[in-house]
Each structure stands twice: as structure tokens, then as C-alpha cells.
Design a protein around this ligand. Structure first.
Ligand SMILES: CC(C)(COP(=O)(O)OP(=O)(O)OC[C@H]1O[C@@H](n2cnc3c(N)ncnc32)[C@H](O)[C@@H]1OP(=O)(O)O)[C@@H](O)C(=O)NCCC(=O)NCCS
Length: 195
């Protein structure tokens, strides 16, 4: 993280994974105790289907192994991944993260919300908090994200947090043996500051 701070002129000094609060959510570091919930929620094909990274089937032990990598990846300045929990009940509803590219002062936003919790505005609320963290705490210049063209709900989330569509990369990725068009969204710090 020291190298990361130096390159980006970070305004704060994040040494431990942060806790971010929104009106309804608490974004916090994952704990090994979340593993069963992660396996159940991310193990739903409907959640894995429109992501590039979630394996399917999601076997026992995968969640523990994934959770164990997160503090190290944060310390190495590679990514910031947080659990999204209901602030009132502490129930895990999803995950959100930034893949960091400090040499370009940018990061890629990614997220998933468990199917029982879709349509409540949780992804939008969590994404808004991560944008603020990326710009105001990490001092990044640009945040971006992309979604499969067949996943318009994610595009709507990105629009709602103020990102603008920048283009469509046709047949950019393969998932489940089929090519996917990726819709790219981005926002610059000055655009975020104006909102
Ligand atoms: C995409 C996902 C994160 C959305 O989470 P969510 O908490 O339901 O999102 P929100 O409630 O904040 O917002 C969803 C928006 O999409 C809209 N939406 C839902 N289905 C839609 C569809 N088929 N077409 C267009 N818009 C749609 C909703 O109406 C809502 O917009 P609104 O507030 O203007 O009504 C969730 O479905 C998910 O985790 N999917 C699987 C993993 C994934 O795709 N991750 C993103 C990879 S890029």
C-alpha cells in the first residue's frame, strides 16, 4: 500500500480494509464466517451467470479460499473487496470491489448482490459508497465498470451512480463458451465532484 499511496498521492492512508456506511448498508471486510453465505448467494447460477469471475458450481471451500486472499490483495494494492451487509440486521447481501491500477490512477468497479435482495437499490447504494471511497479516500482519477450487454440491470446501476456509457466492446469476453458484448461505463473525479 505504501507504493500505491506514493503513486496516487492518496489523501488518506488506508492500511486496513475500510468500513463504509450508507443509509441501509455496511460495507466491511469479509470474514471467514461469511463463507457459507457467500457460497449460497454467489453459488446461485443467476448471480454467477453475468459475471466473469464467479465460478460455477461454487464448491465447498472456495469461499474460504477466496476470502483468505482479500487482505493480502488489499495490502499489495491490487484490489479492495468488501462484504455488503444489511446495516440493521448484519445479513450479508453481496460483495463489491475495486480492482486497482495505481499507475493509471484508475480502478474497475465490480459487484454482485444475492438474488433474494435484488431490486431494492442495494447495488446502487453500495456502488455509490465505493465511488466515494475510490475518489475521496484513494484519490483516483477515474473509475470504470463494464457489464454484459444482456445484463441491463447492471448498466442501470452504473447510470444511477453517475457513470456514463463509453462504448461497447463487441465479443470482448467469453463466458460459458459464448462470446459476450461488454458495455463500458466510466466516471472521472471532476464529474463525481460536480454531482
Ligand atoms: C446487477 C445487480 C448487481 C443489480 O443489483 P440490485 O441491487 O438489484 O440493483 P439496484 O436495485 O440498485 O438497481 C437495479 C436497477 O436495474 C433495473 N433493472 C432490473 N432489471 C432490469 C432489466 N432487465 N432491464 C433494465 N433495467 C433493469 C431496476 O429497475 C433498477 O433500476 P431503477 O432503480 O431505475 O428501477 C444484481 O442483479 C446482480 O448481482 N446480478 C448478478 C451479478 C452481476 O451481474 N453483477 C454485475 C456484473 S457487471
Amino acid at each position: 500500500m505504501d507504493a500505491l499511496r506514493e503513486i496516487m498521492g492518496i489523501v488518506a492512508s488506508p492500511r486496513v480494509l475500510p468500513v463504509l456506511l450508507t443509509p441501509r448498508l455496511r460495507l466491511r471486510p469479509f470474514d471467514v464466517g461469511d463463507a457459507d453465505d457467500v457460497q449460497r448467494l454467489a453459488g446461485d447460477f443467476a448471480v454467477a451467470d453475468t459475471t466473469l469471475a464467479i465460478p460455477h458450481p461454487y464448491d465447498v471451500g472456495m469461499a474460504e479460499r477466496w476470502i483468505a486472499t482479500l487482505p493480502e490483495e488489499f495490502t499489495a494494492g491490487q484490489q479492495v473487496v468488501l462484504a455488503v451487509g444489511d446495516r440493521a440486521t448484519a445479513v450479508l447481501v453481496g460483495a463489491i470491489g475495486l480492482i486497482l491500477r495505481p499507475e493509471h490512477s484508475r480502478a474497475e468497479l465490480g459487484y454482485w448482490i444475492g438474488r433474494p435482495f435484488w431490486g431494492r437499490g442495494y447495488a446502487t447504494e453500495a456502488a455509490g459508497a465505493m465511488l466515494r471511497y475510490g475518489f475521496e479516500t484513494l484519490g483516483l482519477r477515474r473509475l470504470y465498470a463494464c457489464h454484459f450487454a444482456r445484463n441491463p440491470a447492471s448498466g442501470r446501476v452504473l447510470e444511477k451512480v453517475g457513470m456514463r456509457q463509453e462504448g461497447i466492446a463487441r465479443a470482448h469476453a467469453q463466458r460459458w463458451n459464448r462470446f459476450e458484448d461488454l458495455v463500458q461505463y466510466g466516471i472521472l473525479r471532476e464529474e463525481f465532484d460536480r454531482r
